[in-house]
Design a protein around this ligand. Structure first.
Ligand code: GH3
Ligand code: MG
Ligand code: MG
Ligand code: MG
Length: 323
């Protein structure tokens, strides 16, 4: 997925990434002239681990498998086209973020320009100066580590933005944005969609008897049991304090009713361990269940119907499923 500058802008650089020396990288050198690559590899080996591959097709394979920090590609290979390798490396998911340092004879400047258009990050002209080669390699490796670090941060913050920290289930915001899409898909494909709201019974007294930490233990264990009883395509989220929503695509009321009943029994049938297993507490839940009733129905209406069913489950005595 594309990373927008906005997301990157949110991330504060960390000192360690900025202070990186760029040394100790893994470099793949693609060059098929022995006199050339032997010298380059010897220079680079003073600061990095270097692999040499004279064949660009093989090189692409190694680059995709080998977790390199930098590709150094000669554009004046004897028997191959180094530019092609550069462009392939840019288009492959596994290699597109690996920086490329191109090497060429001065008279090959048109190829160098092509290389820069394709996405080569930097270049050096032959004859290659030792200090300059090392400096440029370090710069690229440092940049690579830094952008990797940013990318990880972006991924983490996306993960955090859609996940409930206590239970690891999706949060309400994610569910609400995703539910509309799931309902739309169900409508256009003519498939059923089931939704249930689950609420832990007398949770206040669990908190009263076992403390807030004990209540949190119950919520975590509850999420584990929920995950066990649903499929990969089902969406489970923590909707509020001790309220959860499960959305089940391609599931009709009958099947969803069986899932809800099985889940209800898995909660009531086995006491929950709290305070590191030193205490056990009986837990029950009430479930309000419904399905998408007609094509294009507003998700707010579906949620409202499930909530009404939940209210009836509570009113009728709790520890039950109502649809
Ligand atoms: P009912 O059977 O009617 O659902 O009774 P209840 O006690 O569960 O009622 P209610 O929904 O009013 O109470 C929910 C309680 O959950 C209130 C709140 O203090 C507690 N709670 C909300 N979020 C958390 C949380 O993150 N951790 C803990 N331990 N408690 C929470
Ligand atoms: Mg309540
Ligand atoms: Mg409750
Ligand atoms: Mg509640």
């Amino acid at each position: 997925r594309a990373i927008t500058s906005l997301e990157i802008g949110m991330q504060a650089p960390e000192r360690s990434a900025v202070a990186d020396t760029g040394k100790g990288g893994r470099i793949l050198l693609v060059d098929d002239r022995e006199s050339s690559y032997e010298r380059l590899a010897t220079i680079l080996a003073a600061e990095h681990t270097v692999d040499v591959e004279p064949n660009p097709t093989e090189a692409l394979f190694h680059a995709a498998e080998g977790n390199y920090d930098l590709l150094i590609v000669s554009l004046d290979l004897n028997n191959f086209d180094g530019l092609r390798l550069c462009s392939q490396a840019r288009s492959l998911e596994r290699t597109r973020h690996v920086p490329i340092l191109a090497i060429a004879e001065a008279e090959n400047s048109t190829r160098l320009l092509r290389g820069l258009e394709i996405g080569v990050n930097d270049y050096l002209l032959r004859p290659i100066d030792k200090t300059e080669l090392l400096a440029r390699a370090r710069t690229q490796i440092r940049r690579r580590r830094y952008t990797d670090h940013l990318r990880d941060n972006v991924q983490n913050s996306i993960e955090m933005a859609i996940t409930d920290a206590l239970t690891g289930l999706h949060n309400r915001r994610y569910m609400e944005s995703h539910l509309a899409t799931l309902a739309e898909q169900a409508s256009t494909r003519g498939k059923p969609l089931a939704l249930m709201i689950l609420d832990i019974d007398y949770f206040k007294s669990i908190n009263d008897n076992f403390g807030h930490d004990g209540g949190d233990d119950v919520l975590r264990e509850f999420a584990v049991r929920v995950r066990k009883s649903i499929r990969g395509i089902d969406l489970a989220c923590r909707y509020g304090g001790e309220e959860f929503v499960i959305v089940m695509p391609e599931t009709d009321l009958h099947v969803a009713g069986m899932v809800a009943e099985r889940l209800r029994r898995s909660i009531a049938g086995e006491p929950f361990a709290v305070h590191k297993g030193t205490k056990r507490v009986e837990v029950t839940i009430s479930i309000g269940l419904t399905t998408l009733e007609q094509k294009g129905e507003a998700v707010a209406d579906v949620l409202k119907r499930a909530d009404t069913a939940l209210y009836r489950a509570k009113h009728d005595g709790r520890n039950r499923v109502v649809s």
